[in-house]
Design a protein around this ligand. Structure first.
Ligand code: UDP
Ligand code: MG
Length: 176
């Protein structure tokens, strides 16, 4: 498989309202850090809206876009794994489609990976914009429970938004 400097992998479920802006903003960020080449891997996780039609149009218009269609809804993590399995970047940015995490942080995340020779650079949520008090409370409980269960320190309020090295991704993908 030929490798690219950068893959951006995005699981999508009913994201028709976000896809245009997502594509524009992710493209700008990817172009800025990786003008030599990148791919934007959009995984349609059995959306019931027009997400898949929009993805096909984006991929027809922009050769950087790889659109993947799952047979039905498999859930966020499986959709993400499908995209990670198929991507070919030396570095991989994972981001949600809903733009709660800003793709504009990519240059800073790249610089941090270079500077610290890190395998993973996490984005940390400073505020949970647009989330209900219930969601914030359950998220807090989740991260508390998670840290009790684990001997390893797991950063709180860290979602999937992260930049990974190929080395880290291959280690992740080697797990059953
Ligand atoms: N998603 C998905 N399959 C699902 C549910 C969500 O692929 O069954 C995608 C969704 O489109 C988004 C990401 O996974 O890009 C995170 O979903 P959401 O924003 O609903 O999760 P939260 O922000 O609550 O963690
Ligand atoms: Mg979200």
């Amino acid at each position: 498989m030929t490798s690219l400097p950068l893959s951006v992998v995005i699981p999508c479920y009913n994201e028709e309202a976000c896809l245009e802006e997502l594509h524009a903003r992710v493209s700008r960020a990817a172009q800025a850090v990786s003008p030599a080449g990148y791919e934007i891997v959009l995984v349609n996780d059995g959306s019931r809206d027009s997400s898949w039609e929009m993805m096909q149009k984006l991929s027809a218009r922009d050769p950087h876009v790889v659109a993947i269609n799952l047979s039905r809804n498999h859930g966020h993590q499986l959709a993400l794994t499908a995209g990670l399995d198929l991507c070919s970047g030396d570095r991989i940015l994972i981001i949600d489609a809903d733009l709660q995490d800003p793709p504009e942080l990519l240059p800073a995340m790249m610089a941090e990976m270079d500077r610290q020779k890190a395998d993973v650079v996490y984005g940390l949520r400073r505020a949970r914009a647009g989330e209900t008090a219930f969601k914030r409370a359950t998220a807090k409980m989740f991260y508390r429970g998670l840290s009790k269960l684990s001997d390893i320190e797991i950063p709180r309020d860290v979602g999937d938004f992260r930049l990974m090295s190929r080395r880290a991704l291959d280690a992740l993908l080697s797990l059953p």
